[in-house]
Design a protein around this ligand. Structure first.
Ligand code: PLP
Length: 402
C-alpha cells in the first residue's frame, strides 16, 4: 500500500502501520519532518520578500512544537487572551499579536502584559482601548473589511460576506476616523482569505489599496491576515513575494502574514481503529474509534473529506462509509474506496490532521480525546499527552480538587 500524495509524502519509504504499531487509538501523530518542510518554505518566503510570518494559533497550538516552529516564524497570532498568553509563554522571544472582535475589560490588563501588537475590530474599540494600549508601548492596529470577497461557497469562512461583523468598512472608517484616532494607529489588518492562492490576495490587496491607501503614510505596517496556502504545491509563491516587495517599497510598510493552515499543512495524522463492520442495505459501513464531530469537526463544519492513507487508489473498488461511535447520525467522515473490505481491528490513518483538529477536539457523547504523539525525524515516537475520564468530567462540574 503506497500513498505518496502530499499528506503522506514524508512517510515515503516507511510502513506507517509498523511505525505506529505501539500507538493506542485514537491518536494524533504530528510529523516533525513535515513541519520542517512547511517551515523551510515559509522561511524562504520571508527571506526573499521581507514579510514577517506569524503562526495563527487558532489553527494549531500544540506548543511542544513551538520551539521548532520558532526557527521559521516571526511570532504568534492570537484570537484572544488565552492564545496570546500561550504564544508569550511558549514562544517567548517572538512577537505576540492579538486580534479579537471585541475585548473584555477584565482581560485587557492581562492582554497588555503579553501582547506586542493589538488589533481592534471597530472604531469604538479603538476609542475605548487605543490610548491606554499606546501608553503601554503597544503597536496598535485596526482591522478593515475591504468588502471584497474572493471566496465562493462556504460563507462560514467568509469575513466579507454581507452583514459580516469582522473589520471596519470603508464607510465606517471614513466617518469615524479622527486625526487623534489616526495618530494612535500603527497598522491596518485585513483577513479575507481561506485556503487561497496569491492571485486572490493580489486582487484583495488592490481593493484595500484603493480604499485605504490614503491612510498608509502615517502607518508602520500592514497585516494581510491568514488563509494563504503558501506551503501547498500549486501555491504561486513568486507572486506573493513580488506583492510583498511592492507594498514594502511603495509604502514603506512592514508586511505581516498570519497563516494557520500553511504552517502545518500535511504535518499530522490521525490513527484510528475499525471497531465493527456491517452492511446496511447497499452501504458498507465501518465504525471507527474516532469521530468527525469530536476529533475533526471541520469535516462537518467546512465540510471536507480528509485524505486517508491507501484509500481511493487506482483499482480500489470497495466503497466503505467510515463513521463514528457517537449517536449523531451525521457523524460520518466520508465514503472511501478500498482494495478489499475492512475488518474489525484494521488500522486507518487519516492525513493532513495537524490543522484545525487537535485544537478543536471535544468530548461530546463522552468520546475520549485522542492522545498526542510526535514522530521525530529519526522515526522515534514521543508521546506528548494522553487524556482520560477526568478530562471529560471536570469540564462539566465541580472538581474534587477544591
Ligand atoms: C483564521 C485566521 C487566521 C488563520 O487562517 P488560516 O486559514 O488558518 O490561514 C489568521 N488571521 C485571522 C484574523 C484569522 O481569523
Amino acid at each position: 500500500m503506497k500513498d505518496l500524495t502530499p499528506p503522506f509524502r514524508s512517510l515515503k519509504g516507511k510502513d506507517p502501520f509498523a511505525l505506529f504499531k505501539n500507538v493506542e487509538t485514537p491518536s494524533f501523530i504530528l510529523d516533525e519532518k513535515a513541519l520542517e518542510y512547511d517551515g523551510k518554505i515559509l522561511k524562504d518566503v520571508e527571506e526573499k520578500s521581507g514579510a514577517r510570518i506569524l503562526l495563527a494559533q487558532k489553527a494549531f497550538s500544540n506548543y511542544d512544537l513551538y520551539p521548532l516552529l520558532s526557527n521559521y516564524v516571526y511570532g504568534t497570532e492570537a484570537s484572544g487572551l488565552y492564545e496570546a498568553r500561550l504564544g508569550k509563554e511558549e514562544m517567548p522571544d517572538k512577537e505576540v499579536h492579538v486580534f479579537s472582535a471585541a475585548y473584555r475589560e477584565e482581560e485587557f490588563e492581562e492582554i497588555l502584559k503579553v501582547a506586542d501588537h493589538i488589533v481592534f475590530n471597530s472604531i469604538s474599540q479603538l476609542k475605548k482601548y487605543g490610548e491606554k494600549a499606546k501608553g503601554k508601548g503597544k503597536s496598535i492596529g485596526l482591522r478593515v473589511n475591504p468588502e471584497f470577497s474572493t471566496q465562493v461557497g462556504h460563507d462560514i469562512y467568509n469575513p466579507c460576506a454581507p452583514g459580516s461583523r469582522l473589520g471596519v468598512t470603508e464607510k465606517n472608517f471614513v466617518e469615524g476616523m479622527t486625526p487623534e484616532l489616526l495618530s494612535l494607529l500603527d497598522g491596518l489588518h485585513f483577513h479575507t482569505l481561506c485556503q487561497q492562492n496569491s492571485d486572490d490576495l493580489e486582487k484583495t490587496f488592490d481593493v484595500v489599496e484603493k480604499k485605504f491607501s490614503p491612510y498608509f503614510s502615517s502607518l508602520k505596517w500592514i497585516n494581510f491576515g491568514g488563509g494563504h496556502h503558501i506551503t501547498r504545491d500549486d501555491y504561486d509563491r513568486e507572486r506573493l513575494i513580488s506583492l510583498v516587495k511592492r507594498v514594502r517599497n511603495t509604502y514603506g510598510l512592514e508586511v505581516y502574514l498570519e497563516p494557520g493552515e500553511a504552517v502545518v499543512l500535511n504535518a499530522g495524522y490521525l490513527l484510528t481503529k475499525v471497531l465493527d463492520t456491517f452492511d446496511n442495505g447497499n452501504t458498507h459501513i465501518a465504525i471507527l474509534d474516532t469521530s468527525a464531530a469530536c476529533h475533526m469537526p471541520d469535516v462537518l463544519e467546512m465540510p471536507y473529506r480528509p485524505p486517508l492513507y491507501g484509500a481511493d487508489l487506482e483499482g480500489n473498488e470497495v466503497t466503505i462509509r467510515l463513521g463514528s461511535q457517537t449517536c449523531l447520525s451525521g457523524d460520518v467522515i466520508g465514503d472511501y474506496r478500498f482494495k478489499e473490505p475492512l475488518k474489525e481491528g484494521d488500522y486507518l490513518l487519516f492525513g493532513d490532521m495537524a490543522l484545525y483538529t487537535t485544537c478543536k477536539t471535544n468530548t461530546f457523547n463522552g468520546m475520549p480525546l485522542p492522545s498526542l504523539y510526535l514522530l521525530h525525524k529519526d522515526d522515534t515516537l514521543e508521546k506528548l499527552a494522553s487524556f482520560g475520564y477526568e478530562d471529560f468530567k471536570y469540564r462539566l462540574g465541580r472538581s474534587k480538587k477544591e
